[in-house]
Design a protein around this ligand. Structure first.
Ligand code: HEM
Length: 166
């Protein structure tokens, strides 16, 4: 394959881009790192989202969030570098793929949803997450945010997988 022109072509023609295409085990190994990161991201975020939807109400939301969110944040250390490495191998193909563009848009939307959750929903948790209120369903804002998070991350995973086909 001949790398394209421009900055994307330069990425593809770089040592990393060539190694990603030419070393038999490099691309699959990096993809495995991407998937391990995705497992960590989705696993950690899903337990919190399920709690916010109203499951496992004996567990305080804030305690659970403190426990799982560092793992969610840490997962990006695996996901982002591995994603960028795979991107380098076929940069121009990826940017011209609608699935890739949709995937990036969905990641942005999931990030925005998480930011809104932290700046608005979690701030009110001292009211609905205290010992007396905790057995009640979480407020609609928490449930909507959790449902959106689950849907967005599933859609990101689906787009990631579909990149191999479209
Ligand atoms: C943040 C959450 C992300 C999730 C949940 C995610 C999900 C996925 C999934 C499920 C795959 C398919 C793996 C497979 O088929 O074996 C994939 C592949 C890929 N991802 Fe991500 N990804 C994320 C972030 C990123 C980022 C930030 C980039 C950077 C540009 C990226 C670039 C790629 C590339 C280039 C592929 C390879 C596609 C292929 O070779 O077929 N991803 N991703």
């Amino acid at each position: 394959m001949t790398p394209a022109a421009g900055p994307l072509g330069a990425l593809e023609a770089s040592g990393l881009g060539r190694a990603m295409r030419e070393w038999l085990w490099l691309y699959p190994s990096v993809e495995i790192v991407h998937i391990v990161g995705i497992g960590l991201l989705f696993g950690s975020i899903a337990v919190l989202d399920l709690r916010l939807l109203g499951f496992s109400r004996s567990i305080p939301v804030r305690r659970l969030a403190r426990h799982v969110l560092p793992w969610t944040a840490g997962s990006f250390l695996l996901i982002v570098p591995s994603g960028l490495m795979m991107f380098t191998a076929h940069a121009s193909d990826f940017v011209s793929s609608a699935v890739f563009v949709i995937k990036m848009g969905l990641i942005l939307a999931a990030g925005l949803n998480a930011a809104l959750f932290h700046s608005m929903v979690l701030r009110t948790a001292d009211v609905w997450d205290d010992d007396e209120m905790r057995h009640l369903p979480p407020p609609p804002s928490a449930r909507v945010s959790a449902a959106a998070s689950l849907l967005l991350w599933v859609a990101v995973i689906a787009c990631g997988r579909l990149l191999a086909y479209f």
